[in-house]
Design a protein around this ligand. Structure first.
Ligand code: NCD
Length: 311
C-alpha cells in the first residue's frame, strides 16, 4: 500500500494506478464509522470546498457537501449555470479563478468534456471532476469500486455487466477504465446497438489484458455475472429526441429475472425505469447502499487532496 497519494487533481480515472485506487478505498473504510454513525471529525476544520455545478446533480453534490461537513469543513458554490455569473457572460476561467480565491479545493460538473482539466490547469487548488459531459466521472467510479469490494469482498476475478447507455454514460466509461487495473475481470457490455461503448473506450480496453464482450440481451449473460451495473439512457445528450424515444425503456430489470441468481444490482442513479420498483426490497438491491457509500469515499478524497495540498 502506498503511503502518499500522488495525484493533486482527480480529473480522469485513467490517471490512476491500482494502488492509487486502493489508497482511497482504504481511507474510505477508515472513515466509514464516522459517516455511518452520523458523527464528525475535525480533519478539515476551517477549510472550504467550492462546488461549481453547471449541470444538474443531486447525489454527487449533496454527498460532497455531506462529506465536507462531516470533516468539519464548509461549502460554497452554485448548482446551475443560471445561478452563477456565467449567465451574465462571465468566462468559466474567471469564475474558476474567483473560486480559487475562496476555496481549498474545487468540485466541477459541466456538460462539456475537458472543463475540469482546463480549470485544473489555471488554478492552484486541487480540482475534482464530478462529471464532464459524456466523458468521465472518476469519483463515482471510486464509490462503485468501494461498493463492489464491500459487498462481494473483492474486485479481482469478477464478471460485471454494464447495462444501458454505454455511449453517453460517463459512469460506465470511467468504471471500464478502472476495471482494467484489476486481475481476471470480465466485462459484458450490454446495450442497444445505437448506444454501444465508444470506440475510444474499447481502444483503451484493447490496450490491456481485460476480457470484454458486447452483447444485446441481458438474458444471455445474467447467469454468468456477479454484478449488474445498470444505467439510465442519457436523454439530455441526444441531439434528436425521437432517437431517445425509440430506445427508451430498452432494458428493464425486474425481480423475476433475478430470482435464484447470485449477483448484486448497482446503479449510479438517478433511475428512470431501468430497475423495476419490485427489486428495491430484495437482497439484490445495492443501489441505495452505493449512493450512501458516496459519503465515506468522498470524505477520503477531500481529506487526502486538501491535506496533501495546503494553500
Ligand atoms: C450519474 C451522472 O451524473 O453521470 N449520476 C451520478 O452522478 N450519480 C448518472 C446519470 O446521470 O445517469
Amino acid at each position: 500500500m502506498i503511503k502518499i497519494f500522488r495525484l493533486k487533481n482527480i480529473i480522469s480515472i485513467k490517471d490512476f494506478e491500482r494502488e492509487d485506487i486502493e489508497y482511497i478505498l482504504d481511507e474510505a473504510s477508515k472513515l466509514e464509522d464516522i459517516a455511518q454513525s452520523r458523527d464528525i471529525s475535525e480533519e478539515l476544520k476551517g477549510k472550504i470546498l467550492g462546488l461549481m455545478f453547471f449541470e444538474p446533480s443531486t447525489r454527487t453534490r449533496i454527498s460532497f457537501e455531506t462529506a465536507m461537513k462531516r470533516l468539519s469543513g464548509g461549502c460554497i458554490g452554485f448548482t446551475s449555470s443560471g445561478s452563477s455569473s456565467v449567465s451574465k457572460g462571465e468566462s468559466i476561467a474567471d469564475t474558476a479563478k474567483m473560486f480559487e480565491g475562496y476555496s481549498d479545493a474545487l468540485v466541477i460538473r459541466h456538460e462539456l468534456e475537458g472543463v475540469s482539466k482546463f480549470i485544473s490547469d489555471i488554478v492552484d487548488v486541487p480540482v475534482i471532476n464530478a462529471g464532464d459531459g459524456a466523458g468521465q466521472h472518476p469519483t463515482q467510479t471510486l464509490l462503485d469500486l468501494y461498493t463492489i469490494k464491500k459487498e462481494i469482498g473483492q474486485i479481482d476475478g469478477l464478471k460485471i455487466a454494464l447495462i444501458g447507455d454505454l455511449k453517453f454514460g460517463r459512469t460506465v466509461h470511467s468504471l471500464s477504465n478502472a476495471l482494467c487495473l484489476f486481475d481476471n475481470v470480465k466485462i459484458y457490455l450490454v446495450s442497444p446497438p445505437e448506444l454501444r461503448m465508444p470506440q475510444e473506450v474499447l481502444h483503451d480496453l484493447d490496450k490491456t489484458s481485460i476480457e470484454y464482450e458486447e452483447v444485446d440481451n441481458i438474458e444471455d449473460i445474467i447467469d454468468d455475472v456477479n454484478v449488474l451495473y445498470v444505467t439510465r439512457i442519457q436523454k439530455e445528450r441526444f441531439a434528436d429526441i425521437n432517437d431517445y424515444l425509440q430506445i427508451k425503456g430498452a432494458y428493464i430489470i425486474n425481480r423475476k429475472m433475478l430470482e435464484g441468481k447470485d449477483l448484486i444490482v448497482m446503479h449510479p442513479l438517478p433511475r428512470i425505469d431501468e430497475i423495476d420498483g419490485d427489486v428495491d426490497d430484495t437482497k439484490y438491491n445495492k443501489y441505495f447502499t452505493q449512493a450512501a457509500n458516496a459519503v465515506p469515499v468522498r470524505m477520503a478524497i477531500l481529506k487526502t487532496l486538501i491535506k496533501n495540498n495546503p494553500k
